[in-house]
Design a protein around this ligand. Structure first.
Ligand SMILES: [Zn+2]
Length: 294
């Protein structure tokens, strides 16, 4: 049973250890990126930190609690059960543990890429996901700004993927810690050195590459979907090197929810259930400028 050793490692690791590893990794990286952003920001923030950080961090805490409360078993727990019972492709194909871990991480990343594309294309899923895009700036906290319903759906998708693929628990842990880390990194308002960035984006989604995805122009919002590995965008034709208006000139956000009040935590949570307020205003005003009675 030598080939299953990464799973034995994971089995011995208690749930508490897992939480401790994840909280320390997240807090350490958050602090480092926040300091880097303060010292050398890539862009001047439009709305700034003060109106955004309490809500972005608030929704992150709500997300974490919702997942722990409603899906306490988590993707790692599911991976342990799947490996015990021999469920999933990688558990059926007998292969060295480290190859299963590596394959599992890469395939999970492809699943998350596909999920991200679907959340942009299907209207009711876009309603959930657009809250992430409505941030008026992007920085390290935007990486945690997702609607709780999107986070729960995404957890469900991950669990189904882990069971079908048979990703070893260690692979799921690496993927989840990695995804949190890269999401914070590629949303952060930092710049890799000019000489390094074009090389780095062949191996990892860089902040400059992901910034294009937060452009107000829809064709740019619908590009650079990758979170960790940059290859899927290049492979499936959704890669865009830079925004039309340039790295400094582009506008971040979506056309709706540009009112700074929309940065409040309560407003974030209700955004999926509201229609475009500017569209409502436009339809209430006739072309001649008269206000209609409805
Ligand atoms: Zn997106």
């Amino acid at each position: 049973m030598v080939y299953r050793s990464p799973d034995r490692f994971a089995q011995e690791m208690s749930a508490t250890t897992e939480i401790v590893i994840r909280v320390i990794a997240a807090a350490g990286l958050f602090a480092a990126l926040a300091a880097w952003e303060s010292l050398a920001p890539r862009r001047q923030l439009v709305a700034g930190r003060r109106p955004r950080w309490p809500s972005n961090i608030g929704v992150w805490i709500i997300d974490a609690m919702a997942v722990r409360l409603l899906m306490p078993i988590g993707a790692i727990g599911v991976a342990l059960i799947a490996s015990e019972r021999g469920w999933g492709l990688l558990n059926v194909l007998k292969m060295p543990g480290w190859i299963a871990v590596l394959l599992g991480v890469v395939v999970l990343d492809l699943v998350i890429y596909a999920q991200h594309v679907v959340f942009h294309k299907v209207p009711w899923l876009w309603r959930l996901h657009r809250m992430h895009h409505a941030d008026l700036d992007i920085d390290v906290t935007t990486g945690a700004r997702f609607h709780p319903i999107e986070i729960l759906l995404s957890m469900l998708i991950k669990i189904v993927a882990v069971v079908t693929i048979g990703v070893p628990a260690l692979g799921v842990l690496i993927f989840e810690v990695g995804l949190n880390a890269t999401s914070m990194f590629n949303h952060s308002n930092v710049a890799l050195p000019r000489w390094l960035e074009p090389i780095a984006r062949w191996f990892l989604v860089t902040p400059q590459m992901h910034q294009v995805h937060h452009s107000i122009l829809r064709e740019e919002t619908d590009s650079n979907f990758g979170f960790n590995l940059p290859w899927w965008d290049r492979l499936f034709g959704t890669y865009r090197r830079e925004p039309q208006a340039g790295e400094q000139g582009m506008t971040i956000g979506i056309p709706m929810f540009r009112d700074p009040r929309e940065l409040r935590l309560d407003r974030l949570l209700t955004q999926p259930f509201r229609d475009d307020p500017s569209a409502a205003k436009k339809s209430a005003v006739s072309p001649a400028g008269e206000t209609l009675s409805r």
